[in-house]
Design a protein around this ligand. Structure first.
Ligand code: SAM
Length: 288
């Protein structure tokens, strides 16, 4: 028996009816401690219920959380970034000149990706973020002469005013209370031609809300989405799923809820179906 199978059996036993109450108590204490960074806990009806249960915190609106983004994520990409880099590059080569980056932290993707691909002159890259990230991001952009970058705190306003060709959101929609792409797309007048979503918690079951210890004494509600519904809603807005990939670097283990735990987050790339119909020749590359 492999180590992985043995670990799964132990986990199943711990999640079973006998050990479950003890496991939940132990995991809850661990989750709430500084050792619980990155871990998930609990199932809730809504962000409001999750917040009522969590210790008070500033969630992501907390300067120490920006540290890793500034120091690490502006400077390198990770394996899960490569599909985004590929499709972003192709979209830019096809003439896209503007990006709306929802939850793009201090501009991490802009800084990291420009080390790998040529960004066109005149590109604009607008980041929607919480106030602390916006303040740190603006400061960093000023000191590094990153004139393509701009920041805003108001998601609905940003989406309504958006004329961006590309929407990117990596590991962020799950933390925003009402950020289902279908809702945002309905708000938007000039819809994006490309939608690149990365590091999303999609699973086969129903949507639910859990919580995560996000470090530096902060905790956040997290929405887990039903995969099929999430994709269908975007397709119904007039988009075609063009590629999808697993993000095994992100998993969700929910103590006491084996049916809501999964091994891998997801990435999705959608293209505006109208754009595809208007083409005289089919686009040459497709992930699916
Ligand atoms: C896990 S981080 C991902 C950051 C970056 N996209 C990346 O992949 O490294 C989640 C980001 O979502 C942002 N976020 C959370 N709630 C938000 C909200 N209501 N509006 C905008 N951004 C939000 C956080 O501030 C944080 O930067």
């Amino acid at each position: 028996m492999s180590l992985l199978s043995a670990a799964r059996i132990v986990r199943r036993l711990l999640d079973g009816p006998v050990a479950r109450p003890v496991l939940l108590q132990w995991k809850r204490e661990h989750f709430l401690s500084s050792q619980g960074y990155g871990f998930y806990y609990g199932v809730f009806e809504s962000f409001r219920d999750a917040r009522a249960w969590l210790p008070p915190s500033k969630e992501f609106d907390h300067a120490p959380i920006a540290e890793e983004f500034v120091e690490v994520r502006t400077k390198r990409v990770f394996a899960y970034d490569y599909p985004v880099l590929l499709w972003l590059l192709r979209a830019l080569q096809a003439g896209a000149t503007s990006v709306l980056d929802i939850g793009g932290s201090v501009g991490v993707h802009y800084y990291a990706y420009r080390r790998y691909i040529q960004l066109p002159e005149g590109l604009t890259w607008r980041v929607v973020e919480v106030p602390t990230m916006v303040a740190i991001g603006r400061n960093l952009a000023m000191t590094s002469a990153a004139t393509a970058l701009s920041f805003t705190e108001d998601l609905d306003q940003a989406v309504m005013a958006s004329t961006s060709d590309i929407w990117i959101s990596a590991g962020a929609l799950q933390y925003v209370e009402d950020a289902r792409p279908a809702r945002l797309l309905k708000l938007c007048v000039a819809r994006p031609k490309h939608i690149l979503l990365n590091k999303l918690p999609l699973h086969s079951g129903d949507d639910f809300v859990t919580t995560q210890n996000i470090g530096s004494g902060s905790f956040a509600p997290v929405r887990v989405f039903n995969r099929g519904r999430f994709i269908e809603e975007i397709e119904e807005c007039g988009y075609t799923l063009w590629d999808k990939w697993d993000v095994p670097e992100r998993a969700l283990y929910l103590p006491g809820f084996p049916g809501r735990s999964f091994q891998s987050f997801s990435g999705l790339y959608f293209v505006d179906s109208q754009q595809l119909r208007n083409r005289t020749t089919p686009p040459p590359y497709r992930g699916l």
